[in-house]
Design a protein around this ligand. Structure first.
Ligand code: PRP
Length: 212
Protein backbone atom coordinates (compact mmCIF):
# COMPACT_ATOMS: atom_id res chain seq x y z
CA UNK A 1 0.00 0.00 0.00
CA UNK A 2 1.11 3.58 -0.67
CA UNK A 3 2.11 5.75 2.26
CA UNK A 4 -1.00 7.41 3.73
CA UNK A 5 -2.40 10.55 2.13
CA UNK A 6 -1.86 13.34 4.59
CA UNK A 7 -4.79 15.65 5.22
CA UNK A 8 -4.58 18.74 7.42
CA UNK A 9 -7.80 19.61 9.24
CA UNK A 10 -8.55 22.96 10.84
CA UNK A 11 -8.72 22.19 14.56
CA UNK A 12 -12.12 22.60 16.18
CA UNK A 13 -15.47 22.62 14.42
CA UNK A 14 -14.22 21.93 10.91
CA UNK A 15 -12.18 19.01 12.28
CA UNK A 16 -15.27 17.56 13.97
CA UNK A 17 -17.48 18.02 10.90
CA UNK A 18 -14.84 16.40 8.68
CA UNK A 19 -14.47 13.44 11.04
CA UNK A 20 -18.26 13.04 11.05
CA UNK A 21 -18.16 13.04 7.24
CA UNK A 22 -15.41 10.40 7.15
CA UNK A 23 -17.42 8.27 9.57
CA UNK A 24 -20.41 8.52 7.25
CA UNK A 25 -18.13 7.08 4.57
CA UNK A 26 -17.56 4.15 6.92
CA UNK A 27 -14.04 5.01 8.06
CA UNK A 28 -13.04 4.26 11.63
CA UNK A 29 -11.92 7.60 13.11
CA UNK A 30 -11.36 6.38 16.67
CA UNK A 31 -7.76 7.62 16.74
CA UNK A 32 -8.87 11.15 15.88
CA UNK A 33 -11.79 11.08 18.31
CA UNK A 34 -9.55 9.85 21.12
CA UNK A 35 -6.56 11.95 20.18
CA UNK A 36 -5.71 13.47 23.55
CA UNK A 37 -2.97 16.00 22.76
CA UNK A 38 -1.68 14.12 19.69
CA UNK A 39 -1.54 16.13 16.47
CA UNK A 40 -0.95 13.46 13.81
CA UNK A 41 -3.46 10.64 13.73
CA UNK A 42 -4.16 7.72 11.43
CA UNK A 43 -7.39 6.69 9.76
CA UNK A 44 -5.98 3.33 8.67
CA UNK A 45 -8.91 1.95 6.65
CA UNK A 46 -8.91 5.11 4.47
CA UNK A 47 -5.08 5.13 4.29
CA UNK A 48 -5.22 8.68 5.61
CA UNK A 49 -3.10 10.52 8.12
CA UNK A 50 -4.85 13.44 9.79
CA UNK A 51 -2.82 16.48 10.82
CA UNK A 52 -4.54 18.93 13.19
CA UNK A 53 -3.57 22.55 12.70
CA UNK A 54 -4.75 26.14 12.91
CA UNK A 55 -6.51 27.42 9.79
CA UNK A 56 -3.62 29.51 8.40
CA UNK A 57 -1.22 26.64 9.02
CA UNK A 58 -3.46 24.19 7.13
CA UNK A 59 -2.86 26.35 4.06
CA UNK A 60 0.88 26.65 4.75
CA UNK A 61 1.27 22.86 5.09
CA UNK A 62 -0.72 22.17 1.93
CA UNK A 63 1.10 24.88 -0.06
CA UNK A 64 4.46 23.45 0.96
CA UNK A 65 3.35 19.94 0.06
CA UNK A 66 3.97 18.43 3.51
CA UNK A 67 0.24 17.73 3.55
CA UNK A 68 -1.44 16.51 0.37
CA UNK A 69 -4.83 17.92 1.23
CA UNK A 70 -6.54 20.19 3.73
CA UNK A 71 -9.89 21.27 5.09
CA UNK A 72 -10.09 24.99 5.76
CA UNK A 73 -12.64 27.79 5.72
CA UNK A 74 -13.14 29.96 2.65
CA UNK A 75 -12.44 32.93 4.96
CA UNK A 76 -8.83 31.80 5.45
CA UNK A 77 -8.48 30.99 1.75
CA UNK A 78 -9.67 34.50 0.82
CA UNK A 79 -7.31 36.08 3.30
CA UNK A 80 -4.20 34.02 2.50
CA UNK A 81 -4.55 33.60 -1.25
CA UNK A 82 -2.08 30.70 -1.51
CA UNK A 83 -1.06 28.36 -4.33
CA UNK A 84 -3.16 25.20 -4.15
CA UNK A 85 -6.28 23.78 -5.74
CA UNK A 86 -9.63 24.37 -4.12
CA UNK A 87 -11.58 21.25 -4.95
CA UNK A 88 -14.76 20.99 -3.01
CA UNK A 89 -17.25 23.00 -1.02
CA UNK A 90 -17.94 20.71 1.93
CA UNK A 91 -21.16 22.52 2.80
CA UNK A 92 -20.43 22.87 6.51
CA UNK A 93 -18.84 25.67 8.52
CA UNK A 94 -21.28 28.04 6.87
CA UNK A 95 -21.16 31.72 7.80
CA UNK A 96 -20.69 35.09 6.11
CA UNK A 97 -18.23 37.93 5.98
CA UNK A 98 -19.91 41.18 6.94
CA UNK A 99 -19.25 44.83 7.55
CA UNK A 100 -20.76 45.75 10.91
CA UNK A 101 -20.93 48.87 13.08
CA UNK A 102 -22.48 50.05 16.29
CA UNK A 103 -26.27 50.00 15.94
CA UNK A 104 -27.62 53.10 14.22
CA UNK A 105 -24.20 54.37 13.09
CA UNK A 106 -24.32 55.89 9.61
CA UNK A 107 -21.12 54.33 8.27
CA UNK A 108 -21.22 55.79 4.77
CA UNK A 109 -21.86 59.38 5.87
CA UNK A 110 -19.16 62.05 6.23
CA UNK A 111 -15.90 62.57 4.34
CA UNK A 112 -13.25 61.43 6.82
CA UNK A 113 -11.35 58.16 6.30
CA UNK A 114 -13.09 55.43 8.27
CA UNK A 115 -11.21 52.95 10.44
CA UNK A 116 -11.96 49.24 10.15
CA UNK A 117 -10.84 46.61 12.65
CA UNK A 118 -10.53 43.06 11.39
CA UNK A 119 -8.79 39.71 11.65
CA UNK A 120 -8.90 39.70 7.82
CA UNK A 121 -7.05 42.79 6.51
CA UNK A 122 -6.76 41.51 2.93
CA UNK A 123 -10.46 40.69 2.72
CA UNK A 124 -11.34 44.10 4.16
CA UNK A 125 -8.93 45.92 1.82
CA UNK A 126 -10.30 44.14 -1.26
CA UNK A 127 -13.87 44.88 -0.20
CA UNK A 128 -13.29 48.61 0.24
CA UNK A 129 -11.11 48.83 -2.88
CA UNK A 130 -14.00 47.39 -4.86
CA UNK A 131 -16.06 50.32 -3.58
CA UNK A 132 -13.27 52.78 -4.35
CA UNK A 133 -13.28 53.71 -0.68
CA UNK A 134 -10.16 54.62 1.25
CA UNK A 135 -10.14 53.13 4.77
CA UNK A 136 -7.60 52.62 7.51
CA UNK A 137 -7.35 48.99 8.52
CA UNK A 138 -6.33 47.86 12.01
CA UNK A 139 -5.48 44.18 12.49
CA UNK A 140 -7.08 42.59 15.57
CA UNK A 141 -6.49 38.98 16.63
CA UNK A 142 -9.88 38.07 18.11
CA UNK A 143 -13.15 39.39 19.55
CA UNK A 144 -13.03 42.09 16.87
CA UNK A 145 -16.43 43.30 18.09
CA UNK A 146 -14.57 45.08 20.88
CA UNK A 147 -12.92 47.58 18.52
CA UNK A 148 -15.98 49.78 17.75
CA UNK A 149 -17.18 49.45 21.35
CA UNK A 150 -13.84 50.80 22.57
CA UNK A 151 -13.95 53.39 19.77
CA UNK A 152 -10.80 52.11 18.13
CA UNK A 153 -12.69 51.73 14.86
CA UNK A 154 -15.82 52.88 13.03
CA UNK A 155 -16.63 49.38 11.89
CA UNK A 156 -15.46 45.80 11.65
CA UNK A 157 -15.13 43.27 8.88
CA UNK A 158 -15.69 39.91 10.50
CA UNK A 159 -17.41 36.57 10.34
CA UNK A 160 -21.06 36.40 11.27
CA UNK A 161 -22.60 33.03 11.88
CA UNK A 162 -25.71 33.29 14.05
CA UNK A 163 -25.41 37.05 14.61
CA UNK A 164 -25.49 36.56 18.39
CA UNK A 165 -22.11 38.17 19.10
CA UNK A 166 -23.08 41.30 17.18
CA UNK A 167 -26.50 41.48 18.81
CA UNK A 168 -25.26 40.97 22.36
CA UNK A 169 -22.74 43.77 21.87
CA UNK A 170 -25.07 46.33 20.32
CA UNK A 171 -23.66 46.00 16.78
CA UNK A 172 -25.42 45.38 13.47
CA UNK A 173 -24.59 44.27 9.94
CA UNK A 174 -24.33 47.11 7.42
CA UNK A 175 -23.53 44.89 4.47
CA UNK A 176 -22.81 41.23 3.78
CA UNK A 177 -19.59 40.73 1.85
CA UNK A 178 -19.55 37.05 0.90
CA UNK A 179 -20.57 33.56 1.94
CA UNK A 180 -18.12 31.24 3.64
CA UNK A 181 -17.98 27.48 4.09
CA UNK A 182 -15.37 24.76 4.55
CA UNK A 183 -13.38 23.80 1.47
CA UNK A 184 -11.20 20.83 0.57
CA UNK A 185 -7.88 22.00 -0.84
CA UNK A 186 -5.16 19.97 -2.56
CA UNK A 187 -1.45 20.51 -3.09
CA UNK A 188 -0.56 21.21 -6.72
CA UNK A 189 2.05 18.40 -6.93
CA UNK A 190 0.09 15.81 -4.91
CA UNK A 191 -2.81 16.08 -7.35
CA UNK A 192 -0.45 14.87 -10.10
CA UNK A 193 1.50 12.27 -8.11
CA UNK A 194 -1.46 10.78 -6.24
CA UNK A 195 -4.20 11.64 -8.67
CA UNK A 196 -6.23 8.44 -8.36
CA UNK A 197 -6.34 8.31 -4.56
CA UNK A 198 -7.20 11.99 -4.21
CA UNK A 199 -9.85 11.91 -6.94
CA UNK A 200 -11.32 8.82 -5.36
CA UNK A 201 -11.57 10.37 -1.91
CA UNK A 202 -13.04 13.57 -3.34
CA UNK A 203 -15.59 11.56 -5.32
CA UNK A 204 -16.70 9.64 -2.22
CA UNK A 205 -16.95 12.83 -0.15
CA UNK A 206 -18.88 14.58 -2.92
CA UNK A 207 -21.39 11.72 -3.21
CA UNK A 208 -21.82 11.68 0.55
CA UNK A 209 -22.51 15.43 0.66
CA UNK A 210 -24.90 15.28 -2.28
CA UNK A 211 -26.91 12.44 -0.74
CA UNK A 212 -27.20 14.21 2.57
C1 PRP B 1 -16.19 34.36 15.41
C2 PRP B 1 -16.34 35.74 14.79
C3 PRP B 1 -17.37 36.39 15.67
C4 PRP B 1 -18.26 35.21 16.06
C5 PRP B 1 -19.50 35.23 15.21
O1 PRP B 1 -15.34 34.47 16.47
O2 PRP B 1 -15.10 36.43 14.76
O3 PRP B 1 -16.79 36.98 16.79
O4 PRP B 1 -17.52 34.01 15.81
O5 PRP B 1 -20.38 34.19 15.55
P1 PRP B 1 -21.93 34.47 15.80
O6 PRP B 1 -22.45 35.31 14.68
O7 PRP B 1 -22.55 33.08 15.81
O8 PRP B 1 -22.07 35.14 17.14
P2 PRP B 1 -14.70 33.21 17.20
O9 PRP B 1 -15.71 32.51 18.02
O10 PRP B 1 -14.01 32.37 16.17
O11 PRP B 1 -13.67 33.88 18.22
P3 PRP B 1 -12.65 35.09 18.05
O12 PRP B 1 -13.47 36.33 17.83
O13 PRP B 1 -11.90 35.14 19.31
O14 PRP B 1 -11.79 34.79 16.86
Amino acid sequence: MNKPLRIALTKGRLEKDTVALFEKLGYDCTAVREKGRKLILPIPDANLEVVLAKANDVITYVEHGVCDMGVVGKDTIMEMNGKFFEFLDLGFGKCRFALATKKGYDFYSGHGVKTIATKYPNVARTFFESKGMDVEIVKIEGSVELAPLLELSDGIVDIVETGTTLKENGLEVIEYISSISARMIVNTVSIKLRHEEIENLIKLVKECIEND
